[in-house]
Write a protein that binds this ligand. Structure first.
Ligand SMILES: [Zn+2]
Length: 66
């Protein structure tokens, strides 16, 4: 084990996504590293699910910031 490990620093810069609900068109802000499922405020559709890292966005991203 004389190998030098490359220090893989995971890019965990958190940000916010602006998404549009595919079902009702509601625009909503989602934290990129949401640790719980995020549902549409209006119709309850699942918009993002937690993965342990960056959340999987299930809706259409229309922007990001942060
Ligand atoms: Zn909706």
């Amino acid at each position: 084990m004389g190998k030098k490990f490359n220090e893989l620093v995971p890019k965990s810069k958190s940000k916010f996504y602006n998404v549009r609900c595919p079902d009702c068109g509601n625009m909503q802000i989602i934290f990129s590293h949401a640790s719980t499922s995020v549902h549409c405020f209006v119709c309850g559709k699942l918009l993002a699910s937690p993965t342990g890292g960056e959340a999987r966005i299930e809706a259409k991203k229309v922007g990001e910031f942060g």
